[in-house]
Design a binder for this molecule. Structure first.
Ligand SMILES: [Zn+2]
Length: 252
């Protein structure tokens, strides 16, 4: 998507330290999602497949570092806090027949350095616009680029997500605390969406809702997933998944 010239010149201004001070907040209202075209929605087993193989990362907001924990959802690296909040929203969307997926989540400093260098030198990544390292919205751990829908724009606020870049309807940020989720920690059962006791998962491979601990070999990627608390976790091919023995197994 083309960034208009106002944004482009604003970002150029932001890369000059003195002007950046004068233009308060310019790093917040300019995103550099140009290199990440919002993709088509994934099948739900993939879009919600969670890997809790957690690790520490350094997030940056307006140049200031802070420590976060990251997990993987739908193959995308996300902060655990934001990821758990997303999973609650995704479950509610799923119940409404809307499939949410993450197109872009947390970006590491080394990734941002790469993109920024490409932007400055015009020698890679099509020279697409990129924020200074430490100033990308996607280094904060709070930003997600999501598949858009009217359901999302009408309901994201209930789950603590809000749009922060007017020109980018797919860009949402979550500033709340960890509502808890499949990777543990956080506020356990106190977050938004937890009144929903349904622990079943929506399998698009089987075309139906299945109970917790069900293991399914996905027709979309041939990988095994096990249902846990409403989300799909990687594993289950051996008959045992991250939640223990498979309740039932559904090979392709
Ligand atoms: Zn974004």
């Amino acid at each position: 998507m083309a960034l208009d010239t106002t944004h482009r010149s604003l970002l150029a201004a932001c890369s000059l330290p003195l002007l950046a001070i004068a233009l308060q907040g310019c790093s917040n209202d300019v995103d550099e999602d140009a290199e990440e075209e919002p993709g088509t929605s994934q099948a739900q087993e993939l879009a919600s497949a969670v890997s809790c193989a957690e690790r520490a990362e350094t997030a940056y907001k307006a140049g200031s570092p802070r420590d976060i924990r990251v997990i993987t959802i739908g193959g995308k690296l996300v902060s655990k806090t934001t990821g758990h909040a997303f999973l609650k929203m995704q479950r509610a969307a799923d119940a409404a027949g809307v499939h949410l997926a993450i197109n872009s989540g947390f970006r590491t400093m080394s990734e941002q350095r790469y993109f920024y260098n490409c932007y400055v030198t015009r020698s890679c990544n099509s020279g697409n616009i990129a924020a200074r390292p430490g100033y990308s919205n996607h280094q904060s751990g709070t930003a997600l680029d999501l598949t858009t829908s009217s359901w999302l724009s009408n309901n994201a606020g209930r789950f603590g997500f809000r749009r922060t870049v007017p020109s980018e309807p797919w860009h949402y940020e979550y500033e709340g605390s960890d509502p808890g989720g499949p990777c543990g920690g956080g506020g356990a059962a106190t977050g938004p969406g937890t009144s929903d006791e349904d622990t079943r998962c929506n399998s698009q491979t089987l075309g139906k809702m299945v109970p917790e601990k069900t293991c399914v070999e996905s027709k979309f990627d041939g990988e095994w997933y096990q249902c846990k608390g409403g989300v799909w976790m990687s594993g289950g091919g051996s008959g045992t998944g991250p939640v223990g023995a498979c309740l039932t197994r559904h090979p392709l």
